[in-house]
Design a protein around this ligand. Structure first.
Ligand SMILES: [Zn+2]
Length: 66
């Protein structure tokens, strides 16, 4: 894991093992956990799950500076 200041990035392309190339992905809320929300990324072409991500409340909350 790297990137100390990255935010809730949205991966727009991930490698799909079925399509054998980087593909556009759909982000889908998989489940809500006490520690955050789990998102599933599926290939836009074949629907294969190509990754998932857990967005913790800490990561998720936008920091509003006043
Ligand atoms: Zn695919």
């Amino acid at each position: 894991m790297k990137g100390e200041s990255y935010r809730d990035f949205d991966a727009t392309e991930l490698y799909c093992p079925l399509c054998k190339r980087a593909v556009g992905v759909r982000k889908r809320l998989l489940l809500i956990l006490p520690q955050g929300e789990k998102y599933d990324y599926t290939c836009a072409f074949c629907g294969t799950s190509v990754g998932d991500k857990l967005v913790t409340m800490k990561d998720k909350g936008p920091v509003v500076l006043r």
